[in-house]
Write a protein that binds this ligand. Structure first.
Ligand code: PMV
Length: 305
């Protein structure tokens, strides 16, 4: 094979970001936005979209090459519909899709565990203590509960879609993970209590999702947001988006991903969605996004549009 192509989904964390770094559970879903990578054999080195520097996707592909004992080089091309640096797992999806296209090219089939490991190694370049949630969900897809020490347990989230509000403010995940660590260093006891509350919210949320109790899911999102605010990862844009969601008929809303800007997610009864989208759309980019999307897969490479 001379050329192989793969795609991987972005993600939203419904509950538990940041606390998942400290081995608490988080609820996560793959979303219907994807990154696409095409890999082609070359003489040597790895060139990504004409550039040969170090980056997570290159590192992920290099790991696969090494594990599969290939001695040549690669050209990688990327196309992605996932907005970058706003908490939707764009970088992890590109790393997973790169590792997958490389694996397909050299081996003719996907090895999901190899791909996940390769992408996690790639992400360690740019993140600070990554929990592995982004690369795991981009690999396996669907939705479920993730913990650092126990990995991923899939479950049906009983939600077809979610509203994603992009505040448009880009930020670096590593900076926010460090900010939470500083909070923990300064307020150890309070942080332990916050971790306990965060875990309680997860188990309540699992039951609420099973029962498809939107009202309770909304309330739990607001409680989770309060904990994230306390550890210092909310921002004025996030608060503004949440306030607007709640004023326009949402049942609950919270930041998703690292915070400090990035995206907010919201749930609402179906009939309220159009009015919410209209109100939010005047100020932010709003998407109605599919949940429980498929994980990494062999795919075609989309034409530029
Ligand atoms: O902002 P993102 O998409 O990189 O999400 C990061 C999630 C965190 O829990 C904040 C960090 C992690 O490694 O789990």
């Amino acid at each position: 094979m001379m050329k192989a192509r793969a795609s991987a989904p972005g993600k939203v964390i419904l509950f538990g970001e940041h606390f998942v770094v400290y081995d608490k559970p988080a609820i996560v879903s793959a979303i219907g936005l994807r990154a696409y990578v095409e890999a082609m054999k070359s003489d040597r080195g790895i060139i990504l979209d004409g550039w040969s520097g170090e980056n997570p996707a290159v590192k992920a592909s290099a790991y696969v090459i090494d594990q599969l004992g290939y001695s040549g080089g690669l050209n990688l091309r990327i196309r992605s519909s996932i907005p970058q640096s706003v908490g939707l797992g764009s970088s992890a999806s590109v790393s997973v899709a790169s590792a997958a296209a490389t694996c397909l090219l050299l081996r003719g089939e996907l090895d999901l565990e190899l791909i996940r490991r390769a992408a996690h190694l790639g992400e360690s370049l740019v993140h600070y203590r990554p929990s592995g949630i982004d690369t795991t969900i981009a690999t396996y897809g669907g939705g479920g509960i993730y913990t650092r020490s126990e990995g991923f347990r899939g479950m049906s989230l009983n939600l077809d879609e979610i509203l994603i509000i992009n505040t448009g403010k880009a930020r670096r995940t590593g900076d926010l993970v460090r900010r939470v660590k500083e909070f923990r260093d300064a307020h150890g006891e309070e942080f332990e209590k916050i971790l306990e509350d965060a875990e309680g919210i997860i188990w309540e949320a699992v039951d609420a999702l099973k029962a498809r109790d939107l009202e309770l899911i909304g309330r739990l999102m607001l409680r989770n947001q309060e904990l994230l605010r306390r550890v210092g990862v909310s921002s004025k844009e996030i608060e503004e988006a949440i306030e607007l969601c709640m004023r326009s008929g949402a049942l609950g809303a919270k930041l998703t991903g690292a915070g400090g800007g990035g995206c907010v997610i919201a749930v609402a009864e179906d009939e309220k969605i159009p009015q919410l989208m209209e109100a939010l759309g005047r100020r932010f980019e709003v998407m109605r996004c599919e949940l429980m999307a498929e994980g990494v897969r062999e795919d075609s490479f989309p034409d530029p549009s």
